[in-house]
Write a protein that binds this ligand. Structure first.
Ligand code: HEM
Length: 458
């Protein structure tokens, strides 16, 4: 069946449940013919702040995000953690996530270790991010599960939205069986990657990729200066600029399959899709400079910005995207595929090999034994993208959790419940050997800075 592009993206935009709607939406996307570069540019530029499909509805009561009472803003106290993700920081500053910045009791009660540890703590993350931003269940659960497995403690489901917490703050986290729970601030090439909107490449900032660089922020901010409106296409162009800057300035630039090929570019789309304000007049959302600055904890006027560490805020009188049109995994893959097609220079897997401007790419077919190809990420065949990422996430787990793999039912529970399902019932090509030795030629691949607690004090 061939559908019009609008019909197809409508299906994607409306897919709220998981996985039935997701399967239908992706199956229909697969029927699409690939657009030409010109069509891809047109498609990119035509997107609303809800994505290629307008949200189309506005319900003030449902979409209003409270910033008073239990959700009043409070800047982090000296023992509270904040990190590289402005949304997690803002959600914690408003009590939509635990204000400690680590998911600990009583907000996330530790569970019986013989039980499905970790899994029972995820609904709180999911409901917090759903209430604050309209992120879908399957997407926030996937992101949180990966954070718990790779950078937290799968046994009690704790993880840190910043760096390693000080001893005693989070009981289980520092003494977790993985022994090395660094939090997402120090997850370079695992979760955090180069070419972020506002954070430095880790190597260029002594390993600190969690603090905001106001010059990078100003570059993104400049894309909306003309009419005080920020768009998916404008941010896609800013991403291309930052990729080119990293290749030209960072000898350790490395685009790892998950952190830099997926997470970093997806975050640009998150800003537009999840931080835009909505109103009856503009139900598809609009993002102006003041809102962009508030979510990133930035004050001042372009280009003289100041970052208030860890003080990201949800603006007052702000209305998120509707719960009936949450931003989910199919939306994420579709926006990314459109960006990659419109600006092919943004799809990177590989890195600098011998100093700046020595970028060499790796094709997915080489690391997956021919099962997947880089073009799977460039075209609109999102089932291949979902299949590949679900497997990559599982394939890299031994990297971080080697001593425990196979013994730790908690990890497997998280994988089975929240990571494998992103492929739905697709018949995914199975990667026999995920050959990461091909990354050894990139100096940035081995760069793993470890850090201090990212507790932000004024
Ligand atoms: C459980 C859910 C989430 C996790 C585990 C998570 C994790 C992360 C991580 C590890 C980074 C650093 C990536 C990099 O190197 O660029 C990041 C950045 C970012 N995240 Fe999140 N995130 C989550 C939810 C969200 C949500 C709901 C939004 C939007 C509302 C969001 C928006 C962003 C943005 C805009 C950045 C880039 C910040 C910058 O470069 O200045 N994230 N997140």
């Amino acid at each position: 069946m061939k559908l019009s592009l609008f019909a197809v993206v409508s299906l994607v935009g409306l897919s709220s449940a998981f996985p039935a709607d997701l399967l239908n939406a992706i199956a229909d996307i697969e029927a699409l013919e690939l657009p030409s570069i010109y069509a891809a540019l047109d498609l990119s530029k035509s997107r609303t702040n809800c994505g290629p499909t307008p949200c189309g509805v506005f319900n003030a009561q449902e979409q209003f995000v409270s910033t008073t009472g239990e959700h009043a803003y409070a800047k982090p106290r000296s023992n509270q953690i904040r990190g590289p993700c402005p949304a997690l920081n803002a959600a914690a500053n408003h009590g939509y996530l635990d204000r400690s910045g680590g998911f600990s009791p009583p907000f996330h009660p530790a569970v019986d270790l013989t039980n499905t540890a970790g899994v029972t703590t995820l609904p709180e993350t999911v409901s917090g991010l759903g209430a604050a931003f309209g992120m879908s269940t399957e997407l926030s659960a996937f992101l949180a599960a990966y954070a718990i497995i790779m950078n937290g403690n799968p046994l009690d489901g704790t993880w840190s939205i910043g760096g390693p917490p000080p001893t005693g703050l989070l009981g289980g986290l520092t003494s977790g069986l993985l022994g090395d729970s660094q939090g997402i601030s120090y997850s370079h090439n695992i979760y955090e990657g180069d070419t972020s909107i506002g954070r430095n490449d880790a190597y260029l900032n002594n390993g600190d990729a969690h603090s905001l660089n106001v010059t990078r922020f100003a570059s993104a901010y400049a894309t909306g200066l003309g009419n005080d409106r920020y768009t998916l296409d404008g941010f896609a162009q800013d991403f291309l600029k930052k990729v080119q800057e990293s290749i030209a300035n960072n000898p350790y630039y490395f685009a790892a399959p998950f952190s830099t090929t997926l997470v970093a570019p997806v975050a640009y789309n998150f800003v537009i899709n999840l931080m835009s304000n909505h109103s009856a007049a503009e139900p598809d959302g609009y993002l102006d400079g003041e809102t962009f600055k508030a979510f990133f904890g930035v004050t001042g006027d372009y280009p003289n910005f100041k970052w208030l560490k860890g003080q990201e805020r949800i603006p007052d009188n702000w209305y998120r995207r509707p719960s009936s049109v949450p931003y989910g995994i199919p939306n994420g893959f579709l926006d990314l595929a459109i960006n990659f097609q419109a600006y092919p220079g943004t799809l990177r897997l590989g890195g600098n090999t011998n100093g700046v401007n020595t970028y060499v790419g790796v094709d997915l077919s080489d690391i997956t034994g021919g099962v997947y190809h880089s073009s799977d990420l460039l075209n609109l065949k999102t089932s291949n993208a979902a299949c590949f990422y679900a497997q990559v996430v599982q394939a890299v787990i031994p990297d971080g959790a080697a001593p425990l793999l196979g013994k730790l039912s908690a990890i497997l529970n998280l994988v089975n419940k929240w990571i494998k399902p992103i492929t739905g019932s697709f018949k995914c090509g199975i990667i026999g050997k995920y050959d990461q030795t091909l990354f050894n030629k990139f100096p940035g691949y081995k760069y793993r800075p470890k850090g201090q607690a990212t507790i932000y004090k004024e």
